[in-house]
Design a protein. Structure first.
Length: 227
């Protein structure tokens, strides 16, 4: 239990505000029905070790809190400031994605040259190719029939769009314009998160924010064990 419980509560609410604003950005700027109507999306903050320490309580999918992110993080050899990663492959992400329509997009947030945390977003994509429109069929018997398999891949490198991957991805889905619109909504949410985390660091210091991430995870474990 951290000594300064008041600061812990302040930081918890600050983090919750960030992921909530990310969710609002996705819902308001996304293009497809899975975002606009069914709210099948998510926005979270993740520790450098792959643990979710903040997730919205009232927007998007609220069951992501135990999703494992560590395998996806470790699958990338090196992160640079401005990188944005994308993946939908259950195997290479350690079951982070549960099927190919689940697109996860994440971004490292750097402070003073070190990764402070990751901003992470998710959508159920309306189509990622495969044998049927919508990419879900009970008659499929292997994962390739679901659509394009994406292991952790850099969508942006140091802030520059990976145009070759973009062209490959959009060529393998039936609603390219709408899918790219959804991905831009996720990228916007990541950029919002990065800006808000930097504002938080400017107010409280990187050391305080970093320590608060660990304290929040420890306190959550303590509460769960008590229950």
């Amino acid at each position: 239990m951290p000594a300064d419980t008041v600061l812990l509560e302040i930081m918890k609410n600050r983090f919750q505000a960030i992921v909530g604003e990310m969710g609002q950005a996705i819902q308001r700027t996304g293009h497809t029905v899975f975002i606009k109507e069914t709210a099948d999306f998510g926005s979270v903050l993740v520790s450098p070790g792959g643990e979710i320490f903040a997730a919205p309580l009232n927007i998007g999918v609220t069951v992501l809190i135990g999703t494992p992110m560590d395998t996806a993080i470790a699958a990338v050899d090196h992160y640079d400031d401005g990188d944005v990663l994308i993946a939908n492959d259950p195997a290479s992400t350690g079951a982070m994605a549960t099927h190919l329509p689940d697109l996860y997009v994440w971004k490292p947030i750097f402070v003073d040259g070190e990764i402070l945390c990751f901003a992470w977003t998710f959508i159920h994509a309306s189509d990622v190719g495969g044998k049927v429109p919508g990419s879900i069929s009970p008659t499929s018997y292997d994962i390739q029939q679901e659509g394009l398999v994406i292991p952790p891949t850099k969508l942006f490198r140091k802030g520059q769009l990976n145009e070759e991957f973009q062209a490959l991805f959009l060529a393998n889905c039936r609603i390219a314009e709408q899918n790219w619109g959804d991905l831009k909504a996720l990228i916007a949410a990541l950029n919002i998160s990065e800006r808000r985390v930097h504002e938080l660091v400017g107010r409280y210091s990187a050391e305080t924010v970093r320590a608060s991430i660990g304290d929040i995870l420890d306190y959550a474990e303590l509460q769960a064990r008590e229950i």
